[in-house]
Design a protein around this ligand. Structure first.
Ligand SMILES: *Cc1c(COP(=O)(O)O)cnc(C)c1O
Length: 428
């Protein structure tokens, strides 16, 4: 059996049918924005490997930090023990966070950090004497991960987890904010959707622990960009009704939307924020749930006292070293300028796709470029196109999109946008 035959027969890949796993490239290496295949061919990773590799692959600052760490202390339990990489990353993370968000809980992945955030909210409400506040409010079109509680706040109809509807706890879904990012904001709460949130909190507020949303950019739920003013209104309402506001910045954190965090478009901070994906620059899995002193001490002063979570590999030193190195690159680099340039170039180069009859819409925000089609796009087409165009894209639903590493050159990005337009046109 060849390695590829073994892979096809024995290894599950994300969201695939074992009977028909589809085509597969064998990747043997990566450097910067480039991936190398076993046939020697190269292709540009236009996905930043699922939105993580913001500095490109194998950035020497990150790999050096990981090499040093692996020789010293690849892992040690975090219960009762601590280490420099966790402290160093914590310092940097708190510096990056808005004022007041400075209590950090590390975990392994995006989905788990969502679980932790939801548990924090429930424990906080219990501590406030609100034992009935165990449910969550969210907006349609969201995606928050694949674990059970995270699935329950994903879009219940068009999301990836509709299949499990009957097995998930019932949450409260509001329409997605209808005013787009670049549209004019309308103060009328009926028009802007905040009336529905207010009604929900008025009717069911005493059952709801928190409101969880992806600020501004809904990612895997449809690549939808909504108006930041909705978040300001939502924060006011949450404060008024004693509901914790939770921002899932796993996809958007660390510059992707053109601001350091997507919430910076709104100029507000939530009670709890979740980060993951780009936290280590795409080198190794790690996530963090960050909250305020108020929430942390609320839980601390409760009857239980402890935050009831503690992953085995919590604050893995190797991952923390990668995270600290990645944040140092952001702190010392020109990510904002890079992202602005990428945005401008994508606006310009994706625009011709608007004229294609197969295309519903083209939109760009920060280093996120989307061609939304009228019909669902078969990822297999993109798979084949990668060989022809030298650009690795992974469309989902009706979206052909890219999330380039911030270090991508102008020429490389032109190859990406041409490949996207060619795919939209049906040329490859
Ligand atoms: C990817 C993602 C998650 C889940 O993260 P995993 O590391 O895949 O568990 C949650 N929320 C958002 C917004 C994401 O993009």
């Amino acid at each position: 059996m060849t390695p590829m035959e073994f892979d096809a027969r024995h290894l599950w890949h994300p969201y695939t049918n074992v009977m028909d796993p589809g085509p597969m490239h064998l990747i043997t290496g990566a450097e910067g924005v480039w991936l190398t295949r076993d046939d020697g061919g190269k292709m540009i990773d236009a996905m930043s490997s699922w939105w993580c590799a913001i500095h490109g692959h194998r950035h020497p600052v990150i790999t050096d930090a990981m090499h040093r760490q692996i020789d010293q202390l690849p892992h040690v339990m975090f219960g009762g023990l601590t280490h420099d990489p966790a402290i160093e990353l914590g310092r940097r993370l708190v510096e990056f966070m808005p004022e007041g968000l400075d209590r950090v809980f590390y975990s392994d992945s995006g989905s788990v950090t969502i679980e932790v955030a939801l548990k924090m909210a429930v424990q906080y409400q219990m501590a406030q004497g609100h034992a009935h506040r165990v449910e969550f409010a969210t907006i349609r079109g969201g995606y928050h991960g694949d674990t059970w509680k995270a699935m329950s706040v994903c879009d219940p109809v068009n999301g990836m987890h509709g299949l499990f509807a009957g097995a998930l706890s019932i949450q409260h879904f509001l329409p997605r904010p209808s005013i787009r990012f670049d549209e004019e904001w309308c103060e009328d709460p009926i028009q802007n959707g905040l009336a529905e949130l207010e009604q929900l909190l008025e009717r069911k507020g005493n059952q709801i622990a928190g409101l969880i949303v992806e600020p501004v950019v809904q990612g895997a739920g449809g690549m939808y960009f909504y108006h930041p003013a909705w978040l300001r209104g939502a924060k006011e309402l949450c404060d008024e009704y004693g509901i914790l506001l939770i921002f899932d910045e796993i996809a958007t954190g660390f510059g992707r939307s053109g601001e350091l965090f997507a919430m910076d478009h709104a100029g507000i901070a939530p009670d709890i924020i979740c980060v993951g994906k780009a936290l280590t620059g795409g080198h190794i899995t790690l996530s963090a749930t960050v909250t305020s002193k108020n929430v942390a001490e609320g839980i601390g002063n409760s009857e239980a006292g402890v935050m009831m979570h503690g992953p085995t590999y919590m604050a893995n030193p190797l991952a923390c070293a990668a995270g600290a190195a990645s944040l140092s690159l952001l702190a010392n680099g020109n990510w904002k300028q890079d992202v602005t340039q990428i945005a401008d170039q994508m606006q310009h180069e994706l625009a011709p796709a608007r004229a294609l009859p197969s295309v519903a819409e083209v939109r760009v925000l920060g280093a996120i470029g989307v061609i939304e089609m009228h019909e669902t796009v078969d990822p297999r087409v993109a798979h084949r196109a990668a060989l022809e165009t030298g650009v690795w894209l992974r469309p989902f639903a009706r979206n052909i999109y890219c999330m380039p590493p911030f270090v991508m050159s102008e020429d490389e990005l032109s190859r990406v946008t041409s490949a996207m337009v060619a795919l939209a046109r049906g040329d490859v």
